[in-house]
Structures are given as structure tokens and as C-alpha cells.
Design a protein around this ligand. Structure first.
Ligand code: GDP
Ligand code: MG
Length: 695
């Protein structure tokens, strides 16, 4: 860094480095105060300051035990670069009581130092000593047991009393734990540090003395049920070391402490103390809650059941972690609401939902995955359900919007194709568009259908199909109507000329010609209808009804044509023509020029009577050939039709009455009128002979 910092003089660099070293010394904090209250407020922030909050299992915890003023704090500060209070040599003033914690310098180690009154030596109550020992045991991987060399072998001395407390406490601590699945691997390492080691007695001898004392203590303990046969080595591993006199041999002391430090920092050291099996498996972020609840248990003198504590911690922390992950997630997905509520289909919604859910779960997995596995898995399921429940409205909203869009597109696509394709097949258009719409819906729905949910789209798919079908049905009815109207127009056109022609000249077989035309035109119309109806997927009932309507309408068309052709003036013209053909033209169609000797009266009467005889032919539609006779059902023949007529929904149709073109009275009227016209022609003929004579 000095290279990039630019030119600096050596002196300032040196002093800067020295200052940094002092500053880097981590602040200690009072974890438990003189009143034996746990410092809930400051521990978590402190852990963050120390940079250990996110360390997971990547940290170690050690604590120290031993009589007052045996140089414990001095040793810890030297070993770990901590800043614990050391009793002032000159003033002999007391250090602040309680449990202190500090982060080791440049190591992920949390160190606990206990400052108490030396109750045992002063005859005071050993309450705090017992509590802090229990607390240390429940959290630390390594307990440094600090004693003067001259204390070794003093079986009745303060140290052994403390160790007895430690063992008792430990048995209580693991009583419940042993009963559960936690195996013998939950061991704690006791590192004995013998201070002011003079050297005349070798360490091995001191060690042997301590071990034999430990065994004596262990044997004297009354063990809880199920642990009667347990060995001290089931719970503890032991390590021993000695340090020279700090005041008399300061250089030797420092060297020995430096050597000792490698046991704490170098995993390759054969005497490395922080072996994985000693770790209490409390993730760093869970320490504040865990230690606080352990202290509470200790204070209320409850049985300290570590596995249960770990499970409780897991529940607490998993909830906290899940809530934090969920809060972030909830903020991220807020934006979806606006989109979904505005009715748009978000192309990326599925991917985005999966992403945010995945991020939340990953966050949860990363932090919560270190806790009690069963609890972690249960809480993960809870979180997943909660995440899914929050996303579900978006999923449903998107499906709803998708449904609307697809349905609208289906409708407009069908209409557009019918508009643009001149010779479309309605059934094919609807069928292919329906397929396209459904495929589009399913594909888009699949994109928002997240895995690990109980979501389905089949219901929505079924509903869509139903609605498409209903739209298609409505369109088909419209189309059918349009088609039928077209057919009817064709019928009308087809009938017009032939009927006019047939009725122009009255004859015995004129209705045969009319009905023959009608039959042909209707047949054509029916086959056109059936051909088109096939692609419309019309039902048989619809076809039957449509055909009945078609025949009826065609017949009404025919009747209209007949009415037109038999209207007063039209019919009168026809009769006059017929009469004139007979009266004014000879058999060869040559116009007659009347001469006086001609039988004008006879010719007139013949032509008139023949023409009059034609009038009844027009009055009723009646073919010569019976096979040409038409018969259509009347509305009164069918109760359903009759009911529709009664409701005013259908026009009454009485077929027999339609066969009558005009009544007897009108027949007479037409006759009278014709006679008058014929008479006029007769008079005119007569006059023409007169005038020819006069010339
Ligand atoms: P603690 O109460 O066990 O934490 O002890 P302190 O670290 O506060 O030290 C108590 C006194 O013992 C202080 O005056 C230290 O200077 C002194 N001391 C520290 N280390 C040693 C040591 O190794 N040998 C001796 N003889 N005195 C020490
Ligand atoms: Mg101290």
C-alpha cells in the first residue's frame, strides 16, 4: 500500500504502522456486568465491529479459568493481542468484575476473560465462579486452566476446587445431551498452563500429578443416572504447557508465549487446539442470542440442556433469518402488483418470481443452513410456503390477464381472417385459432408456474377452453345467420325470372313450372347450406331447424314473387296480353285487320271466355303434377313453434293458406275489370272496321 500511497518518509511510515498496531487492538466488551446482567444491547453490534458477524462457523471461542491474580489477563493479552484489564502492580486496584470478551488480533478467535472475587480464598460465596464456569463450558471450545507451579499437587487447594466445580457442571450440562443423540464427540479441551515454571520439576511430572488429581476428583463426584460408568476422558481432552516467570525471565516468557500462540493459530501444529470436534457449532450470527439465553438459564439455575438450547436457538435464528429474507423479498416483488393489476401480461414475471424466491431461499440457506438441521428444514418449508403465498396472487393475476388477452386475440384473429380470407372455411378458421390460443395460453402459463408450489393451470385452461367455445358458438350462430341470409338472397334471385316467365302466360301447367323452379332452387339452397354447415360444426338439431327455416323463407320469397306477379295491374296486363294474343292476332301471330264481314263478335267472345277461364288458374297454387306439390309444416303443427309464436318470438306461418293466391271475391273483381278492358278492346276493333268503311 505504501507504493501506491506515494512518497513518504520512513519515520512517518514507521510511526503510522505502530499507531495502527495499537489501534488494531480490538476493543474488549463487558459481556456480563458486575450485577450479573448479560449485555444484550452491545454484543451483536460489537460482533459486527469485530467483523465476525458473518463468520458462520469460521471462528473459535476460548475462555480462561483460574484463581485471581494468577496472570490470566496478562497471558490472554500476550497470546491474542487482546485488551483485558490487568491488575495494576503498584496500586493493586481491583479490575472490573464480570465476564469480558475480546476478539483476538488478526485471528477469528473470541476470547473470554472472567474477573471475579476470589471467593474461595476469601471464603466468599462461589456463586459467580460456578456460573461463569458453566457459561464458559457451554460456549468455549478450549478452556485455559491457569495455575502457579506451586499450586500443582495441592489437591485441597483453590484450583482443584474450581476443577471439581467444572466437572460437576459439565456432568449436569451433558446429562440431557447424552440421553439424546449427541455422541461423545462433544468434548472440551482443557489446556493447563503452569505459570512461573522454575524447571526443576519437569513438565511431565507436573502433568502426571495433575492427571492423578483430576482422576481423584472425577471418582469422588456423584454422577447422574446413566453416567455412573463414564470416564473423565469421555468429556475432556487435556493438554499441558508451562511458562517461565514473567518478571524474572521476561524474554524467555515472551518466547514461550509466542510458541504457545502457534497452537491457537496454526492448524498444522500437532498441538493445534481449535480442532473441529471441539466447536460448539453455533454460527457466529447466532452467538448473541445463544450466549444470552445460556446466561439466562445459568442465572435462573435451570438445567442447562445444550441440545435443547441449540434447537431453541435454531428456531429463533431461522425465524429471524427467514423474516429478514422475506422482508427483502417482499420489497422486491412489490412492483409486480402494479403491473398485474393494470392488466398487462409480464413476459418475465415467471423468471422474476423464481429469481426473487430463489434469492430469498439462498439467503436463508446460507445463514440458516448452519443451524439444527431438522429445525432448519422445517423453517425452510415454512418460508417457501410464505414466499409462494405472496407470489400466488401474481401468478393468478397473470393467468387472469393472460386469459383476457388470449381470448381477445382469438376473437379478433378469427374476425380478421374472415374479413381477409375470401374463401375461408369457418370451422377451420375457428379450429386453428382455438388451438393457437390454447397453445399460447399454456406456454405462457407454464412460464409463471413455479416449481415447488401446489399451483396448477389446468383449471384455468379448462375455463379458457369453455369461453373460447362459447365465443365460437356465438360467432357460428352469427355466421350461420349470415350464410342463411346469403342463401335466401340467392333463392330470391333464382326464383325471380323463372317465376315471372312461368306466370306471364297463364296455362294449365304454369304452377308446375313455378314449383319445378322452386324445387330446383330450394334443392340448391339446401345443399349449399349443408355443405357450409359441415365446416361450422352445427349440431343436427341446428341443421334441422335451419333447414325448416330455409324452406319456409324460400316459400315466403316465392309467395312474394307470386303476389307481385298477381298484383291488380300486373295481372290485368297479363290477362289483357292473353286476350289480345287471341283477339288481335291470328293463329299465325299476325295482327288482324278487321273487315266488316269478319265475325268480330264471335272472336271477341271466344278470346274473352278463354281468358276469363284462366283467372282461376292464378287464384291457387296447384300443379297438374301432384308430385310437384309442396308441403311445408305450419307453426301450429309444432307445439314448440306454436309456443314461440305465442310469445311473439316467431311469426305465424300457416302453410295451407299460402296456397291461396286470391279469394273468390277478388277473382270476380278481376273478372269484371278484365271484361271492361276486353270490352274496350272490342269497341276499338269495331270502330276500326267502321273507320275503314268510312274511308
Ligand atoms: P489475573 O487476575 O489472573 O487476570 O491476573 P493479572 O493478569 O491481572 O495479573 C495479576 C498480577 O500478576 C499483575 O501484577 C501481573 O503483573 C502479574 N503477573 C502477570 N503474569 C505473571 C507471571 O507470569 N508471573 C508472575 N509472577 N506475575 C505475573
Ligand atoms: Mg484478570
Amino acid at each position: 500500500t505504501s507504493a501506491s500511497a506515494g512518497p513518504t518518509n520512513g519515520l512517518s511510515t514507521l510511526s503510522g504502522a505502530a499507531a495502527a498496531t495499537t489501534e488494531q487492538k480490538a476493543d474488549r466488551m463487558q459481556l456480563v456486568d458486575e450485577e450479573q446482567r448479560f449485555n444484550d444491547d452491545q454484543f451483536a453490534p460489537k460482533l459486527r465491529d469485530w467483523g465476525l458477524e458473518d463468520a458462520g462457523f469460521g471462528y473459535d471461542l476460548c475462555a480462561v479459568l483460574g484463581s485471581q491474580s494468577t496472570g490470566k489477563s496478562t497471558l490472554l493479552n500476550k497470546l491474542f493481542g487482546t485488551s483485558f484489564d490487568v491488575m495494576d502492580e503498584k496500586q493493586r486496584r481491583q479490575t472490573t468484575k464480570g465476564i469480558w470478551m475480546c476478539r483476538g488480533l488478526k485471528m477469528n478467535v473470541l476470547v473470554m476473560d472472567v474477573e471475579g472475587t476470589d471467593g474461595r480464598e476469601r471464603g466468599e460465596d462461589q456463586d459467580f465462579e460456578r456460573k461463569s464456569a458453566l457459561f464458559s463450558m457451554a460456549s468455549a471450545e478450549v478452556l485455559i486452566v491457569n495455575m502457579w507451579e506451586h499450586q500443582v499437587g495441592l489437591y485441597q487447594g483453590a484450583n482443584m476446587g474450581l476443577l471439581k466445580t467444572v466437572f460437576e457442571v459439565n456432568l449436569g450440562l451433558f446429562q440431557a445431551g447424552k440421553a439424546k443423540s449427541h455422541g461423545a464427540k462433544d468434548k472440551t479441551l482443557l489446556l493447563f498452563v503452569i505459570r512461573d515454571h522454575v524447571g526443576t520439576t519437569p513438565l511431565e511430572n507436573l502433568q502426571a500429578t495433575i492427571v492423578s488429581d483430576l482422576n481423584k476428583i472425577w471418582d469422588s463426584l456423584s454422577k447422574p443416572d446413566g453416567l455412573e460408568a463414564s470416564q473423565i476422558s469421555d468429556f475432556f481432552d487435556f493438554m499441558f504447557t508451562a511458562l517461565p516467570h514473567k518478571v524474572l525471565l521476561p524474554a524467555e516468557f515472551d518466547k514461550a508465549v509466542n510458541r504457545l500462540r502457534t497452537r491457537f493459530v496454526d492448524p498444522k501444529d500437532p498441538n493445534f487446539v481449535f480442532r473441529t470436534e471441539y466447536h460448539k457449532r453455533i454460527p457466529a450470527d447466532g452467538l448473541p442470542h445463544y450466549l444470552s439465553s445460556i446466561w439466562e438459564q445459568v442465572m435462573t439455575n435451570k438445567d442447562l440442556d445444550l441440545p435443547t438450547q441449540q434447537e431453541l436457538l435454531a428456531q429463533f435464528r431461522c425465524d429471524e433469518i427467514a423474516n429478514a429474507a422475506f422482508a427483502t423479498f417482499a420489497g422486491e416483488i412489490k412492483a409486480f402488483r402494479r403491473h398485474v393489476e393494470s392488466g398487462t401480461v409480464l413476459e418475465t414475471l415467471g423468471a422474476d418470481m423464481a429469481l426473487h424466491r430463489g434469492t430469498a431461499l439462498a439467503k436463508f440457506d446460507k445463514d440458516a443452513g448452519r443451524y439444527h438441521q431438522e429445525v432448519y428444514r422445517r423453517k425452510r418449508t415454512d418460508l417457501l410456503e410464505k414466499l409462494n403465498a405472496s407470489l400466488s396472487p401474481f401468478f393468478l393475476g397473470q393467468l387472469k390477464n393472460l386469459h383476457k388477452h388470449v381470448l381477445a386475440a382469438f376473437k379478433s384473429n378469427v374476425l380478421e381472417r374472415m374479413r381477409n380470407e375470401s374463401n375461408y372455411d369457418f370451422g377451420e378458421v375457428v379450429g386453428s385459432e382455438k388451438e393457437r390460443a390454447q397453445a399460447k395460453f399454456s406456454a405462457a402459463a407454464k412460464l409463471v408456474l413455479l416449481a415447488d408450489t401446489d399451483w396448477t393451470v389446468s383449471e384455468e385452461e379448462a375455463q379458457l377452453e369453455e369461453e373460447i367455445q362459447s365465443i365460437a358458438d356465438t360467432m357460428r350462430v352469427e355466421e350461420t345467420k349470415k350464410m342463411v341470409a346469403q342463401i335466401e338472397r340467392n333463392v330470391k334471385k333464382g326464383l325471380a325470372e323463372p317465376v315471372e316467365l312461368a306466370l306471364n302466360k297463364p296455362s294449365e301447367t304454369m304452377w308446375d313450372a313455378v314449383l319445378e323452379t322452386f324445387r330446383a332452387v330450394l334443392q340448391q339452397a339446401e345443399s349449399t347450406y349443408l355443405r357450409k354447415a359441415k365446416s361450422f360444426n352445427c349440431t343436427d338439431d341446428e341443421n334441422t331447424a335451419a333447414l325448416i327455416a330455409l324452406r319456409r323463407k324460400s316459400w315466403i320469397s316465392l309467395r312474394a314473387k307470386v303476389d307481385e306477379q298477381t298484383a291488380d295491374t300486373v295481372l290485368a296486363a297479363k290477362l289483357r296480353n292473353t286476350f289480345e294474343d287471341r283477339f288481335r292476332y291470328d293463329e299465325n301471330g299476325v295482327p288482324r285487320v278487321w273487315k266488316p264481314e269478319d265475325d268480330i263478335d264471335g272472336a271477341y267472345q271466344k278470346a274473352r271466355d278463354e281468358t276469363l277461364a284462366m283467372i282461376p288458374l292464378y287464384s291457387k297454387i296447384e300443379p297438374r303434377d301432384d308430385s310437384l306439390a309442396v308441403s311445408l309444416p305450419s307453426t301450429s303443427d309444432d307445439p314448440a313453434s306454436q309456443a314461440a309464436v305465442d310469445r311473439g318470438e316467431e311469426e305465424e306461418f300457416d302453410f295451407p293458406s299460402t296456397l291461396v293466391v286470391f279469394s273468390e271475391a277478388r277473382k270476380a273483381e278481376i273478372g269484371t275489370r278484365f271484361r271492361k278492358e276486353a270490352d274496350a278492346l272490342y269497341v276499338e276493333a269495331k270502330r276500326s272496321t267502321v273507320s275503314s268503311i268510312a274511308q
